[in-house]
Design a protein around this ligand. Structure first.
Ligand SMILES: [Zn+2]
Ligand SMILES: [Zn+2]
Length: 102
């Protein structure tokens, strides 16, 4: 685990929010149970992130991007001779002419 403040305030102290403490009628500690793992920055109050858990998420995201990214092609507009990067939008952003990927 490597906690950092999500607001990047540089705070180094965090408060764990994941435990619910059970007390008896006199307020004496009886037990606690873990609910969900979450932490807040003690310096600014922003939620803290666990950097140790992030790389896996980023990797999954990168793979997703790769598979869903549209193919981008450079085309020279025959009307105004602007070099246009085409993805799904098949017209020249400069003059509005319809373009074809050759
Ligand atoms: Zn902070
Ligand atoms: Zn054009």
């Amino acid at each position: 685990m490597l906690l950092v403040c999500s607001a990047r305030c540089g705070g180094r102290l965090f408060r764990a929010l994941f435990a619910e403490v059970e007390v008896d009628a006199a307020g004496v500690y009886q037990d606690h149970r873990v609910t969900q793992a979450s932490y807040v920055c003690l310096n600014c109050g922003a939620p803290a992130l666990d950097l140790a858990a992030v790389p896996a998420d980023l990797e999954a995201q990168a793979q997703e991007d790769e598979s869903s990214a549209p193919a981008i092609t450079d085309v020279l507009c025959p009307v105004c001779e602007t070099m246009v990067q085409l993805d799904e939008n098949m017209e020249c952003p400069n003059c509005g002419s319809p373009l074809e990927i050759s």
